[in-house]
Ligand binder design. Structure first.
Ligand code: AKG
Ligand code: FE2
Length: 499
């Protein structure tokens, strides 16, 4: 079980504890009873032994005395042995299910998620260790042991800067009461190894025996450390951004860089345009005259619209209750391959066909057909996703780029937001500088393809920023080319281009 991959499954950790505690309690009760029974059994035997020890040597002179002694010893000792081997409590131990427990692997990926949050949002380790992000509280402070583990897991991931970043925190916190959980030799070893990789002697700089503990020196020591390692000359700004921008230089494309930038920014970076209008949309439906859609134009090329209050609280509750019972790890689909890579996507999902609740999903289909004016007949099911610790979906496109599928390509995406995530976990379109917030009841609807020939629109690159705090529920549905009134024949598109 990948415990941190959704909020729902994380909640089961409490149940796991309840179960395991019940086993421990039962074991303890059985063992206590056994000790009492053993004591009750052995007390009269010892009493007898003490009494008879005065006549020990005379008793065996009589045949009755001898046989009495023999049967007594035979009976007593074998009975005691029975009590010393307690099969009942051993049986209870078997119920202690270590397969269900949190594994080393789980811990490693959980810490990897923390590190992802740290990198995407450029949170200095000192802030994160204090449970802080900008002026927000994002959690409890981390102790020396936790910082040490961050360094250790970074080491195991070949994340050199993570090693150093967290070693500084671990060393500083370790100094006060030197907790045993920090293996200081290993911490030296991680630091030394990271030094070798970066060609810079962190160990010398850390010179950990004379580390200064005041907050500000700790921070500047930390920044100059990183700056030196990253060859940043102008460290005067001493800002985390400089360091994290450097991180980016090592890794990824402009697309990812802008994605990260927008995740941090939390709002769209673009001027209001002629397209930026909103309206009560009735689509000429008499019913919608009474209850119009609240429609907001986001972009005309590609066509993106945002709808408010388009899925209702009762509907959301029904769906999330159904999904919570049967979630599984969300996979990442790329070039025909399905992989479980938490760096690409971390969350848990449940697919629903309309049959799962024909009335509810029938109504949603109707609503979707009304706003998009496309048919849902050839569409895929409803995909419900719940995110967990650092849950995210890195930049991707919903359209297939590896050849048409049975019903053609994913023409339209409908992304329903089914919970409120106040401060992060946005959906970001890096090529459009657009940031959508996760607001319960709203939906983002966009066209993945150019309508003249079915080419994939590069503006539709998007991703879900890591969730720092809160419970993010979404649901998506894709409408396909097949069965729509299109001006081109999708079957002619043997090769799928991105423009
Ligand atoms: O979680 C998000 O905000 C985006 C999800 C998404 O892009 C998808 O499920 O395809
Ligand atoms: Fe997507």
């Amino acid at each position: 079980i990948n415990w941190h991959s959704s909020q729902i499954i994380l909640r089961h950790l409490y149940d796991l504890q309840d179960d395991q505690f019940a086993v421990i309690k039962e074991y303890l009760e059985l063992e206590t009873k056994r000790m009492h029974d053993l004591e009750r059994l052995i007390t009269p035997i010892i009493d007898w032994y003490i009494n008879y020890s005065y006549v020990k040597h005379t008793i065996i002179l009589s045949p009755v005395g001898s046989s009495k002694l023999m049967s007594r010893v035979y009976k007593n000792l074998s009975e005691i042995k029975k009590f010393m081997n307690n099969y009942n409590s051993v049986k209870v131990i078997d119920q202690f299910d270590e397969h269900k427990a949190v594994s080393e692997f789980n811990m490693q990926s959980a810490y990897r998620s923390l590190r992802r949050i740290q990198k995407v949002y450029a949170i200095p380790a000192s802030d994160m260790a204090a449970g802080r992000y900008k002026d927000r509280t994002i959690g409890d402070p981390m102790d020396a042991c936790e910082c040490y583990l961050m360094s250790k897991y970074s080491f195991e991931e070949y994340d050199t800067y993570g090693v150093i970043d967290w070693a500084v925190q671990a060393y500083n916190k370790w100094f006060t009461d030197r907790p045993k959980c920090v293996d200081i030799d290993k911490l030296h070893y991680y630091t030394r190894s990271a030094s070798m990789t970066t060609g810079f002697s962190f160990e010398t700089i850390l010179g950990f025996s004379n580390l200064n503990h005041s907050d500000s020196t700790e921070l500047s020591a930390h920044f100059s450390l990183m700056a030196n390692a990253l060859n940043i000359r102008d460290i005067s700004a001493q800002s985390a951004d400089i360091i994290y921008d450097k991180y980016d230089d090592f890794e990824q494309s402009n697309l990812f860089r802008n994605f990260r930038y927008l995740c941090r920014k939390g709002k769209s970076v673009r001027p209001l345009t002629y397209d930026s209008k909103c309206r009560y949309q009735t689509k000429n439906s008499p019913y919608r005259m009474i209850m119009p859609f609240k429609e907001e134009d986001i972009s005309s090329n590609p066509n993106i619209k945002l709808y408010h209050d388009i899925i209702y609280d009762e509907e959301i509750k029904t769906i999330t209750d159904m999904a919570s019972k049967d979630l599984s790890d969300a996979a990442y689909y790329f070039n025909g391959k399905i992989t479980l890579l938490d760096d690409k996507r971390l969350g848990q999902l449940k697919w629903f066909s309309e049959n799962a609740n024909p009335i509810l999903f029938g109504k949603l289909n109707e609503r979707i057909e009304c706003i998009t004016e496309y048919s849902t007949k050839t569409a895929e099911g409803y995909q419900t996703v719940n995110y967990g610790l650092g849950g995210h979906f890195s930049v991707h496109m919903d359209a297939f780029t590896d050849g048409p599928k049975l019903n053609g390509n994913r023409l339209v995406t409908i992304l329903f937001y089914m919970s409120d995530v106040p401060d992060d976990g946005y959906t970001v379109f890096p090529n459009l500088n657009y940031v959508a917030h996760c607001r319960k009841g709203s939906a983002l609807v966009w066209l993945n393809l150019y309508l003249n020939n079915g080419t994939v629109h590069s503006g539709t690159f998007h991703g879900g920023c890591p969730v720092i705090k809160g419970n993010k529920w979404i649901m998506t549905k894709g409408l396909y080319e097949e069965g729509q009134h299109l001006t081109y024949n999708w079957r002619d598109n043997k090769i799928i281009n991105i423009v």
